[in-house]
Every structure is written in structure tokens, then in C-alpha cells.
Ligand binder design. Structure first.
Ligand SMILES: [Zn+2]
Length: 185
């Protein structure tokens, strides 16, 4: 494939991924992902949000903690065993865009597949990406902030990609992470 064709594909799938992100109900963070085979077929897409089937009315979608409640019933008789209340924000409930795209590929990730993502994948997603068979991760935005708890795990992510032999394209630059030896004593 010539390079202008490859560039066009990257542009098109980046636009597709950004369009996907608009579907997210999370108003603070709208992320999208598109999984594409080596021959340019879209395998699946994803955006961040609670898992399909979760009730949007009762799942938090904010950074602020909300009071949530649930009951434990006897599964056979339906009798109330106990009532529980706790506080939580959106973070434990959000499935990241990358994970949704991989999930909806239903395990069918052909060799050479490329995953388009907006920001650098977090540690959690990087591990799943390493397991998925994806050959390349294409990141459009370099959002590295060493002070952020979200991004301070980039070393672990790169190390996972090195172990899995995954190429990272960051802002147009193709990078091959490889495991090396520590120089510090
Ligand atoms: Zn993630």
C-alpha cells in the first residue's frame, strides 16, 4: 500500500473514532476507538460508557461521588436479606472506548489489526490490548501529564506493548517499544 493511501486511511479512521466519541454519555470525557484490519476493514468501534444493559438512571456519570443503594435478596424466595448504601463516582463503572471496541470484535482480531484511539491508553486498557492480538495502536493526541493519576502509568503501558510486540503510532511517529536492561544500579 502506498504511503498516501495509508495516510488517508489514518485520517478517515481518526475522524470515525472522533465521531464515535460524541456518542459517549460521559460529558467530561468523550473517547472513541476504531479497530481496523490490515486490509482496511472496520472490525468494530467503541466509546466510553457503562456496559450495555446498565441502567443510565442509576449509574453515576460524574466525577463527584453520589449516594447509591442496592438490596441483597434471597434469589429463591425474593425475601430482603439486607439493604446497602455507598458512595461512588463514575470511574469504577466506565468501560473505556478501547475495551468496548475489542469486546465487540468478539475475539476476532485478525493479524496486523490496528486500533485507533484518541488518548494514550491507560494501564488497564494496555493490558487488554496486549492480550487481544492487535499489532498497532494509533494514538492521535499526546496527552501525557506526569502529575495526572490517569497518565502516570505510561511506562507500564509501553512495557506491556514491548512485551506484546505492539507498534505505537503517537502523533504520526511510529514507535517500536522493546524491553531493555536497567542502567541504574
Ligand atoms: Zn483505558
Amino acid at each position: 500500500m502506498n504511503s498516501s493511501r495509508a495516510k488517508l486511511r489514518d485520517e478517515v479512521y481518526t475522524q470515525m473514532m472522533c465521531a464515535q466519541a460524541r456518542l459517549s454519555k460521559d460529558q467530561n470525557t468523550q473517547m472513541g476507538a476504531v479497530l481496523v484490519s490490515a486490509d482496511g476493514r472496520v472490525i468494530s468501534t467503541g466509546y466510553n460508557g457503562a456496559p450495555a444493559g446498565f441502567d443510565d438512571e442509576t449509574v453515576p456519570y460524574t466525577r463527584e461521588k453520589q449516594l447509591l443503594a442496592y438490596d441483597l435478596l434471597d434469589a429463591d424466595s425474593g425475601e430482603l436479606l439486607s439493604h446497602h448504601e455507598f458512595e461512588a463516582n463514575k470511574y469504577p463503572f466506565m468501560v473505556h472506548a478501547e475495551i468496548n471496541a475489542l469486546h465487540y470484535a468478539r475475539g476476532k482480531v485478525p493479524p496486523g489489526s490496528k486500533l485507533y484511539v484518541i488518548g494514550f491508553p491507560c494501564e488497564r486498557c494496555s493490558l487488554d490490548i496486549s492480550l487481544s492480538g492487535v499489532a498497532e495502536v494509533f494514538v492521535t493526541k499526546d496527552d501525557y501529564d506526569p502529575k495526572s493519576t490517569l497518565n502516570n502509568n505510561r511506562d507500564t503501558a509501553y512495557y506491556m506493548f514491548a512485551q506484546a510486540g505492539i507498534i505505537v503510532t503517537l502523533c504520526g511517529k511510529r514507535i517500536k517499544p522493546v524491553v531493555s536492561k536497567p542502567e541504574k544500579k
